[in-house]
Ligand binder design. Structure first.
Ligand code: LFR
Length: 493
């Protein structure tokens, strides 16, 4: 049968990579061509992404991909929300801000006041409140010379696609995370841009996963050795949307997932949004997926808590040996201390061990001292948060959940997978670890006519990718008590 080769540029909060996927009837293989660090840079006025280094990483990755043979198409996905602004010549105006930058603190109230309240905003966008959504970043930039000179706003994957092709667009799964997109109509909200005084011309025409996004520019061909005419395909450019494409769900019923990496995105795939007041109060989001699906989920702070501890210790000259610590963590006392991963103080970069200690002091729990105790605290707390989020998603949408798919880097973490099964009382299928890159590749393969609908895409993933299964074990009541310790949940950031 016919096969195709697709390059997926997949950028996460800590690293980016270019993966090469080979897809044919019954085959799906993924290899890493190149990996590069994503190191944010602090400037006097805030935390930024090094967009030029990331673009160079993509170019180097495409060159590495080209060495392994011809590539039929290229696709780009990254995290959501963040963006670059272009001037009238199409040049980037300054380094894009990082969503963990504090400049949006307190801005939401101003935005709500202008649009008639948070409930009104939710009715249009269907988004949980996260302080860093694009709409709040733009409000924080109001009056700046940069925004005044901006002619286009490009979300990060669209910016890299623009630098590869010269073609401008806004991919809709990612556009749905901006706070300027109408989840009911699937278009930019003219009403919101009007009320907020945002030039609607900033927002490029929408394109859908599978749409063509242009062809590699001559300088890209020269640098990478990829063939003239190589197309770039629009993928589900929001990494979480791509990850959910590659969830290996084969049974009937709602697909329940935890896309687990820096964030744990926990929720359900639904045919349409849930825009009830209950869903808003529980801070659930309705983000757009492929084929008109909706991801009804909440952002759980995720392995960021651990990554930031690790960065703190390593910055002080204490290297962290994760495999050894995981073994130690398994022997630590259970439920000694639990934190609420949704607590707003965990969002910004900084001394995470101290913030966890402070949370424990404030809530009258013992402070975890050793790295293994901190790791245990983080993983048990995440398992409790997965449970509370998935149960709430099921209640709010009236769906039943029979199995949880845990995809992304967290699927490597056997303790987290087992505890998620134990806490929820549901079987967990872990993997694929590379769900996001696979989803990127599969949407390109589908545009090339090599795979069919979402269900057959997922069957292909289930048949070809290594997965692990975890059955709930132990006494569920201990998790009920653990979960009760974190209720009621403090207000989300
Ligand atoms: C995950 C993710 C989340 C989004 C957050 C910030 O990588 O894309 O879905 O809420 O990053 O953009």
């Amino acid at each position: 049968g016919r096969t195709g080769t697709f390059a997926a540029a997949d950028l996460g909060a800590t690293s980016g990579r270019v993966m090469v996927g080979r897809v044919g009837a019954g085959t799906l293989e993924l290899t890493e061509a190149h990996r590069f660090p994503n190191t944010p840079v602090r400037l006097p006025d805030g935390l930024r992404w090094d967009a030029l280094a990331l673009h160079q990483g993509i170019l180097d990755g495409l060159r590495a991909a080209a060495r392994s043979g011809p590539v039929d198409s290229v696709g780009v996905d990254t995290w959501a929300v963040d963006h670059g602004l272009l001037d009238a010549d199409g040049a980037l105006l300054g380094a894009p801000y990082h969503y963990r930058d504090a400049r949006t603190d307190g801005v939401a109230e101003e935005v709500w006041a202008r649009v008639g309240g948070a409930a009104e905003l939710y009715r249009t966008t269907g988004l949980q409140h996260l302080p860093f959504h694009t709409v709040f970043q733009l409000a924080a930039a109001a009056g700046s010379a940069q925004l005044a000179s901006a002619k286009r706003l490009l979300l990060m994957p669209d910016l890299f696609t623009y630098w590869l092709t010269g073609s401008v667009g806004a991919e809709e799964t990612n556009a749905s995370t901006t706070g300027l997109f109408d989840v009911r109509t699937g278009t930019w909200s003219r009403e919101l841009t009007g009320l907020l005084g945002i030039d609607p011309g900033l927002l490029p025409p929408l394109r859908a996963p599978g749409d063509p996004a242009g062809h590699l520019l001559p300088y890209v061909r020269a640098h990478t050795g990829l063939a003239a005419g190589t197309p770039v395909t629009t993928v589900a450019s929001h990494d979480t949307a791509s990850a959910v494409v590659a969830v290996p769900a084969t049974g009937a019923g709602a697909v329940a997932f935890v896309s687990c990496g820096t964030w744990s995105l926990a929720g359900l795939e639904l045919p349409g949004p849930v825009l009830t007041e209950e869903a808003r109060a529980a801070n659930f989001t309705n983000e757009r997926g492929v084929d008109g699906t909706v991801r009804f989920l909440r952002n759980v702070m995720g392995l960021w808590l651990w990554e930031e501890c690790r960065r703190t210790w390593e910055g002080r000259g204490h290297p962290v040996d994760l495999p050894a610590l995981l073994e130690e963590a398994a022997r630590e006392r259970a439920f000694a201390s639990l934190v609420d991963p949704d607590a707003p103080e965990f969002l910004a970069p900084g001394d995470m061990p101290e913030r966890i200690a402070e949370f424990c002091r404030r809530t009258g729990q013992p402070v975890p001292v050793t790295p293994a105790a901190v790791l245990r605290c983080v993983l048990e707390s995440l398992a409790v948060a997965h449970r509370r989020t998935l149960r709430r998603a099921a209640e709010l949408s009236g769906r039943e959940v029979r199995r949880i798919h845990l995809v992304g880097g967290g699927a490597r973490n056997a303790l987290l997978c087992q505890w998620t099964a134990d806490a929820t009382g549901l079987p967990v299928t872990a993997g694929p670890v590379e769900a996001t890159a696979l989803g990127n590749v599969l949407v390109q393969a589908r545009a090339a006519g090599l795979v069919g609908d979402l269900a057959s895409v997922r069957r292909l993933v289930a048949r070809t990718q290594p997965l692990r299964h975890y059955e709930p074990q132990g006494d569920g009541a201990v998790w009920d008590r653990a979960a009760a310790r974190l209720e009621p949940s403090p207000r989300k950031c």
